[in-house]
Design a protein around this ligand. Structure first.
Ligand code: SAM
Length: 213
């Protein structure tokens, strides 16, 4: 990643971007080779019935919210109004909040699991540490985090034409996340760097982590 400064408001770029490309993203991501369902099943199997699950960057509610809402009380959060509208349509049994995840007020120790798939890659570098620390506080003792993180170089960048709209991307760098999770008391139960093929973009590596508070 280039690591150059991003002059425009990253949150606005992300929100407007997903508002514009929500349907195109849905079609495109369906062609990406992702291990999401297998990791979601693993998380699900470790949770009691009716667990309180918070999904950050839930997108259109697929695959995460839809999978977990079969057995749990899921609240999905997304900064894109269009994504939230689609999610309400796809998973009417779940609750949704249209908000920046960084602005959420969640009571400490009130959540059994937090899910954040393909989400951290859109959070500015300066906010990722704080958010990971907050997630650790939101989780009950023994609560679980299922997340993906960028596995590449640290930095921030704007792709001016990502599936048809400008999009903001960020990473603390692949080596940063495990030490950070340890620091805030989230112990990895399982972690793996997975390279997925993204049509039009090539091979992209993500660090998948399932961690316990
Ligand atoms: C790549 S999509 C992933 C959607 C879904 N989790 C999935 O696995 O397909 C990222 C989603 O995160 C949302 N997002 C990015 N930054 C956010 C923020 N600060 N607060 C809430 N949602 C955010 C975007 O609007 C978008 O819907």
């Amino acid at each position: 990643m280039a690591g150059r400064a991003v002059a425009r408001d990253p949150k606005q770029i992300v929100a407007r971007g997903y508002d514009a490309i929500a349907l195109r993203y849905a079609e495109w991501v369906g062609r990406v080779s992702s291990p999401a369902i297998e990791w979601l099943r693993d998380l699900d199997a470790r949770l009691p019935d009716g667990a309180d699950v918070l999904e950050l960057g839930c997108g259109r509610g697929v695959p995460g919210t839809r999978h977990l809402a079969k057995r749990h009380r899921v609240t999905g959060v997304d900064i894109s109004a269009v994504q939230i509208e689609l999610a309400r349509h796809h998973v009417p049994e779940a609750s949704f909040v249209h908000a920046d995840a960084l602005e959420l007020e969640v009571a400490p120790g009130s959540v059994d699991a937090v899910v954040a798939l393909s989400f951290f890659g859109h959070v500015p570098v300066g906010e990722q540490r704080e958010l990971i620390g907050r997630i650790a506080l939101w989780l009950r003792d023994g609560g679980l985090l299922l997340a993906t993180f960028g596995a590449g170089e640290p930095g921030e960048e704007v792709d001016e034409d990502w599936l048809g709209a400008p999009m903001f991307f960020a990473s603390l760098g692949g080596d940063s996340y495990l030490p950070l999770l340890h620091e805030v008391g989230l112990m990895p139960l399982r972690e793996e760097v997975v390279v997925q093929h993204e049509p039009g973009h090539g091979d992209v590596a993500f660090h998948w982590v399932l961690a316990r508070a």
